[in-house]
Design a protein around this ligand. Structure first.
Ligand code: ADE
Length: 228
Protein backbone atom coordinates (compact mmCIF):
# COMPACT_ATOMS: atom_id res chain seq x y z
CA UNK A 1 0.00 0.00 0.00
CA UNK A 2 2.75 2.45 0.95
CA UNK A 3 4.98 1.64 -2.02
CA UNK A 4 2.09 2.03 -4.47
CA UNK A 5 0.96 5.29 -2.87
CA UNK A 6 4.41 6.84 -3.07
CA UNK A 7 4.78 6.16 -6.79
CA UNK A 8 1.83 8.30 -7.83
CA UNK A 9 1.57 11.86 -9.07
CA UNK A 10 3.58 14.69 -7.56
CA UNK A 11 5.36 12.42 -5.08
CA UNK A 12 6.41 9.94 -7.74
CA UNK A 13 7.69 12.76 -9.93
CA UNK A 14 9.61 14.33 -7.03
CA UNK A 15 11.37 11.02 -6.40
CA UNK A 16 12.11 10.69 -10.12
CA UNK A 17 13.62 14.19 -10.13
CA UNK A 18 15.77 13.40 -7.10
CA UNK A 19 14.11 16.16 -5.05
CA UNK A 20 13.17 13.71 -2.33
CA UNK A 21 14.18 10.16 -1.55
CA UNK A 22 11.66 7.69 -0.13
CA UNK A 23 12.52 4.22 1.16
CA UNK A 24 9.98 1.66 2.36
CA UNK A 25 11.04 -1.10 4.75
CA UNK A 26 9.10 -4.21 5.71
CA UNK A 27 9.14 -4.90 9.45
CA UNK A 28 9.13 -8.63 8.73
CA UNK A 29 12.65 -8.27 7.33
CA UNK A 30 13.78 -7.31 10.84
CA UNK A 31 12.43 -10.33 12.68
CA UNK A 32 14.68 -13.19 13.75
CA UNK A 33 12.23 -16.10 13.89
CA UNK A 34 11.38 -18.46 11.07
CA UNK A 35 7.79 -17.22 10.74
CA UNK A 36 8.76 -13.52 10.71
CA UNK A 37 6.29 -12.70 13.48
CA UNK A 38 5.88 -8.97 14.17
CA UNK A 39 3.02 -9.07 16.72
CA UNK A 40 2.16 -10.76 19.99
CA UNK A 41 -0.62 -10.86 22.59
CA UNK A 42 -0.78 -7.98 25.11
CA UNK A 43 0.67 -8.38 28.62
CA UNK A 44 -2.25 -8.03 31.02
CA UNK A 45 -4.64 -9.60 28.56
CA UNK A 46 -7.31 -8.00 26.39
CA UNK A 47 -8.32 -8.07 22.75
CA UNK A 48 -6.14 -7.70 19.72
CA UNK A 49 -2.43 -7.98 19.12
CA UNK A 50 0.46 -5.65 19.92
CA UNK A 51 3.25 -4.84 17.49
CA UNK A 52 6.53 -6.12 18.91
CA UNK A 53 9.24 -3.58 19.77
CA UNK A 54 12.33 -5.43 18.63
CA UNK A 55 11.64 -5.40 14.85
CA UNK A 56 10.97 -1.62 15.07
CA UNK A 57 14.29 -1.06 16.89
CA UNK A 58 16.15 -3.20 14.39
CA UNK A 59 14.51 -1.47 11.43
CA UNK A 60 15.51 1.99 12.68
CA UNK A 61 19.05 0.73 13.43
CA UNK A 62 19.24 -0.49 9.85
CA UNK A 63 18.22 2.96 8.61
CA UNK A 64 20.83 4.56 10.90
CA UNK A 65 23.57 2.25 9.67
CA UNK A 66 22.81 2.64 5.98
CA UNK A 67 21.58 6.22 5.69
CA UNK A 68 22.68 8.02 8.83
CA UNK A 69 20.84 9.10 11.96
CA UNK A 70 17.38 10.50 11.14
CA UNK A 71 16.38 13.99 12.34
CA UNK A 72 13.10 12.62 13.67
CA UNK A 73 11.42 9.26 14.17
CA UNK A 74 7.67 9.76 13.89
CA UNK A 75 4.96 7.37 14.97
CA UNK A 76 1.54 8.06 13.45
CA UNK A 77 -0.93 7.42 16.26
CA UNK A 78 -4.28 8.79 17.44
CA UNK A 79 -2.47 9.71 20.69
CA UNK A 80 -0.04 12.03 18.91
CA UNK A 81 0.31 15.75 18.39
CA UNK A 82 -2.22 16.98 15.87
CA UNK A 83 -0.73 17.16 12.37
CA UNK A 84 -1.35 20.57 10.78
CA UNK A 85 0.05 22.59 7.89
CA UNK A 86 2.42 24.27 10.37
CA UNK A 87 3.73 20.87 11.50
CA UNK A 88 4.12 19.84 7.84
CA UNK A 89 6.20 22.98 7.37
CA UNK A 90 8.43 22.06 10.32
CA UNK A 91 9.03 18.56 9.00
CA UNK A 92 9.71 19.83 5.46
CA UNK A 93 12.78 21.61 6.85
CA UNK A 94 14.25 18.40 8.30
CA UNK A 95 16.53 16.45 6.01
CA UNK A 96 15.73 12.90 7.11
CA UNK A 97 12.51 11.59 8.65
CA UNK A 98 11.53 8.07 9.63
CA UNK A 99 7.83 7.18 9.91
CA UNK A 100 6.97 3.99 11.77
CA UNK A 101 3.73 2.35 10.74
CA UNK A 102 1.94 0.47 13.47
CA UNK A 103 -0.86 -2.00 12.96
CA UNK A 104 -2.96 -4.10 15.25
CA UNK A 105 -4.27 -2.87 18.60
CA UNK A 106 -1.15 -0.84 19.30
CA UNK A 107 2.63 -0.71 19.36
CA UNK A 108 4.73 -1.86 22.33
CA UNK A 109 5.11 1.32 24.41
CA UNK A 110 8.90 0.92 24.60
CA UNK A 111 9.00 1.99 20.94
CA UNK A 112 7.50 5.35 21.98
CA UNK A 113 9.69 5.54 25.09
CA UNK A 114 13.06 4.88 23.51
CA UNK A 115 12.84 5.16 19.73
CA UNK A 116 10.19 7.68 18.70
CA UNK A 117 10.85 11.42 18.87
CA UNK A 118 7.22 12.36 18.27
CA UNK A 119 3.79 10.72 17.92
CA UNK A 120 1.62 12.43 15.29
CA UNK A 121 -2.15 12.22 14.82
CA UNK A 122 -3.75 13.15 11.49
CA UNK A 123 -7.14 13.66 13.12
CA UNK A 124 -9.57 12.58 15.80
CA UNK A 125 -10.52 9.26 14.29
CA UNK A 126 -9.02 5.81 14.43
CA UNK A 127 -7.57 4.09 11.39
CA UNK A 128 -6.60 0.45 11.35
CA UNK A 129 -2.94 1.13 10.70
CA UNK A 130 -0.27 3.77 10.37
CA UNK A 131 0.23 3.33 6.62
CA UNK A 132 -2.42 5.77 5.44
CA UNK A 133 -1.42 8.43 8.00
CA UNK A 134 2.22 7.96 6.92
CA UNK A 135 1.22 8.55 3.29
CA UNK A 136 -0.80 11.61 4.30
CA UNK A 137 2.16 13.02 6.23
CA UNK A 138 4.67 12.27 3.45
CA UNK A 139 2.44 13.93 0.86
CA UNK A 140 1.79 17.08 2.90
CA UNK A 141 5.48 17.40 3.84
CA UNK A 142 6.97 16.61 0.43
CA UNK A 143 4.91 19.23 -1.41
CA UNK A 144 6.48 21.89 0.84
CA UNK A 145 9.98 20.87 -0.25
CA UNK A 146 11.14 23.53 -2.75
CA UNK A 147 10.66 22.39 -6.34
CA UNK A 148 8.28 19.52 -5.62
CA UNK A 149 5.16 21.46 -6.57
CA UNK A 150 5.79 22.95 -10.02
CA UNK A 151 4.27 26.39 -9.62
CA UNK A 152 5.80 27.66 -6.38
CA UNK A 153 2.92 30.07 -6.01
CA UNK A 154 0.37 27.33 -5.64
CA UNK A 155 2.02 26.26 -2.37
CA UNK A 156 2.22 29.79 -0.99
CA UNK A 157 -1.40 30.48 -1.90
CA UNK A 158 -2.76 27.24 -0.46
CA UNK A 159 -5.52 27.54 2.07
CA UNK A 160 -4.06 26.87 5.50
CA UNK A 161 -0.69 28.20 4.41
CA UNK A 162 -2.42 31.57 4.48
CA UNK A 163 -4.55 30.51 7.42
CA UNK A 164 -7.83 30.75 5.52
CA UNK A 165 -9.90 28.29 3.54
CA UNK A 166 -9.41 28.53 -0.21
CA UNK A 167 -11.54 30.72 -2.48
CA UNK A 168 -13.63 29.06 -5.24
CA UNK A 169 -12.02 28.15 -8.56
CA UNK A 170 -13.60 28.06 -12.03
CA UNK A 171 -12.51 27.07 -15.51
CA UNK A 172 -14.14 27.10 -18.97
CA UNK A 173 -16.92 27.28 -19.99
CA UNK A 174 -18.03 30.60 -18.49
CA UNK A 175 -21.63 29.37 -18.49
CA UNK A 176 -22.63 25.78 -17.81
CA UNK A 177 -26.07 24.26 -17.15
CA UNK A 178 -27.38 27.66 -16.20
CA UNK A 179 -24.48 28.23 -13.77
CA UNK A 180 -22.35 31.28 -14.51
CA UNK A 181 -18.79 32.06 -13.48
CA UNK A 182 -18.74 35.23 -11.31
CA UNK A 183 -18.32 38.15 -13.70
CA UNK A 184 -15.38 39.64 -11.81
CA UNK A 185 -13.22 36.65 -12.79
CA UNK A 186 -13.82 37.43 -16.47
CA UNK A 187 -13.17 41.14 -16.02
CA UNK A 188 -9.39 41.11 -16.29
CA UNK A 189 -9.11 43.50 -13.30
CA UNK A 190 -6.49 41.77 -11.21
CA UNK A 191 -6.93 44.08 -8.25
CA UNK A 192 -10.63 43.33 -8.11
CA UNK A 193 -10.07 39.62 -8.66
CA UNK A 194 -7.64 39.49 -5.71
CA UNK A 195 -10.12 41.41 -3.57
CA UNK A 196 -12.99 39.06 -4.54
CA UNK A 197 -10.89 35.97 -3.79
CA UNK A 198 -9.88 37.30 -0.41
CA UNK A 199 -13.52 38.08 0.42
CA UNK A 200 -14.66 34.64 -0.70
CA UNK A 201 -11.92 32.99 1.38
CA UNK A 202 -12.93 35.06 4.40
CA UNK A 203 -16.64 34.38 3.92
CA UNK A 204 -16.11 30.63 3.62
CA UNK A 205 -13.79 30.51 6.57
CA UNK A 206 -16.25 32.53 8.66
CA UNK A 207 -19.10 30.20 7.72
CA UNK A 208 -17.34 26.84 7.76
CA UNK A 209 -14.33 27.16 10.08
CA UNK A 210 -14.67 30.24 12.29
CA UNK A 211 -12.03 28.75 14.60
CA UNK A 212 -9.41 29.55 11.94
CA UNK A 213 -10.22 33.26 11.95
CA UNK A 214 -8.92 33.74 15.47
CA UNK A 215 -5.33 33.90 14.22
CA UNK A 216 -6.04 35.81 11.03
CA UNK A 217 -5.07 39.47 10.78
CA UNK A 218 -8.22 41.12 9.44
CA UNK A 219 -8.56 44.75 8.37
CA UNK A 220 -11.33 46.83 9.95
CA UNK A 221 -13.07 46.87 6.60
CA UNK A 222 -12.98 43.08 6.42
CA UNK A 223 -14.38 42.74 9.94
CA UNK A 224 -17.27 45.06 9.12
CA UNK A 225 -17.93 43.26 5.88
CA UNK A 226 -17.99 39.85 7.60
CA UNK A 227 -20.29 41.07 10.37
CA UNK A 228 -22.76 42.57 7.88
N1 ADE B 1 -3.20 5.47 13.38
C1 ADE B 1 -4.47 5.11 13.54
N2 ADE B 1 -5.26 6.19 13.58
C2 ADE B 1 -4.46 7.26 13.39
C3 ADE B 1 -4.67 8.67 13.32
N3 ADE B 1 -5.87 9.22 13.45
N4 ADE B 1 -3.60 9.47 13.15
C4 ADE B 1 -2.38 8.94 13.03
N5 ADE B 1 -2.12 7.64 13.09
C5 ADE B 1 -3.15 6.80 13.27
Amino acid sequence: MVRAGLQEGILGRAVGNGLIDLQVHDLRDFTTDRHKVVDDTPFGGGPGMVLKAEPMFRAVEHVRDTRGTPDAVLLPSPQGRRFTQAVAGEYSRRAHLVLLCGRYEGVDERVSTALVTEEVSIGDFVLSGGELPALVIVDAVARLVPGVVGDAESVVRDSFTRGLLDHPHYTRPASLRGLDVPAVLLSGHHGEIDRWRRQQALRRTYERRPDLLADEALTDEERQWLAA
